[in-house]
Design a protein around this ligand. Structure first.
Ligand SMILES: [Zn+2]
Length: 73
C-alpha cells in the first residue's frame, strides 16, 4: 500500500464518520428534545414544566396541583 492509498483510505474513513454523525444529528433534530409522544405542560401558576400521557389535553401540575392546558411550542 502506497502513501497515497493510505491517505485516500484515511480520507474515506473520515468522510464516512462525518456522514454518519450528520445523519445521527439530523435524526436527533427531527425527533426534537422529546423523543416520546408525551404532551408537554407548563404550569400557569408556578411555571413548572412537566410531561403527561399523549392522550390527555389537560393535566394537573405535580408541583402545585393546578390544572393546565397543553403547552404548544
Ligand atoms: Zn404548578
Amino acid at each position: 500500500m502506497t502513501a497515497e492509498q493510505l491517505i485516500f483510505a484515511y480520507v474515506l474513513v473520515m468522510l464516512g464518520a462525518v456522514g454518519l454523525l450528520t445523519v445521527a444529528e439530523m435524526r436527533r433534530r427531527t425527533f426534537g428534545p422529546t423523543p416520546s409522544d408525551d404532551h408537554v405542560f407548563r404550569c400557569d401558576g408556578c411555571g413548572f414544566l412537566y410531561t403527561d400521557d399523549p392522550d390527555v389535553d389537560r393535566s394537573r401540575c405535580p408541583n402545585c396541583g393546578r390544572m393546565n392546558d397543553m403547552f404548544r411550542f
